[in-house]
Design a protein. Structure first.
Length: 151
């Protein structure tokens, strides 16, 4: 089996950690990636973004401290290659402008996927549960973008 590269954005990673709509699909996807020995990549800030979501859930009373601690430990156990360099920053800016994205976060996940596609790996898929993001990419989103569940 060819080794592929996967980028799971924050919307998917949180679903792996916290039971909510789409968690079963996100968990099955992650299991498929891990069991296949595939590479998992993310922008360098992704760990902070996931942690922020967990902290907000604690503050809102949706998770206890001990539940958040366990989920954080599970997240840290994932073998993710965090990517950051000038090229990713430049491509992030270009993508944000091309698709008129208001934020750089989503564009950075797209940029990491594009840079990874140029790497030595066979295929790249960026998985998101963010329907609005996919819609904002227009009628012809990048071919590597996948929506976690139906459109």
């Amino acid at each position: 089996m060819a080794r592929a590269t996967y980028c799971l954005d924050t919307s998917v990673l949180v679903k792996v950690l916290v039971p909510e709509e789409g968690s079963a699909e996100a968990t099955a996807l992650l299991r498929r990636i891990v069991s296949g020995g595939h590479r998992l990549v993310a922008p360098a800030f992704a760990w902070a973004e996931v942690g922020t979501v967990l902290r907000k859930k604690v503050k809102a009373g949706l998770l206890s401290e001990s539940e958040a601690d366990a989920r954080w430990a599970r997240f840290l156990s994932l073998s993710i290659d965090y990517l950051e360099d000038r090229r990713i920053q430049e491509i992030t800016w270009e993508i944000a402008a091309k698709f008129t994205l208001a934020g750089m976060y989503d564009a950075a996940f797209l940029a990491v996927s594009e840079v990874s596609a140029e790497d030595r790996w066979n295929a790249v898929e960026l998985w998101t549960a963010d329907r609005e993001l996919v819609q904002s990419l227009g009628q012809e989103p990048p071919e590597y973008v996948r929506l976690l569940y139906g459109s």
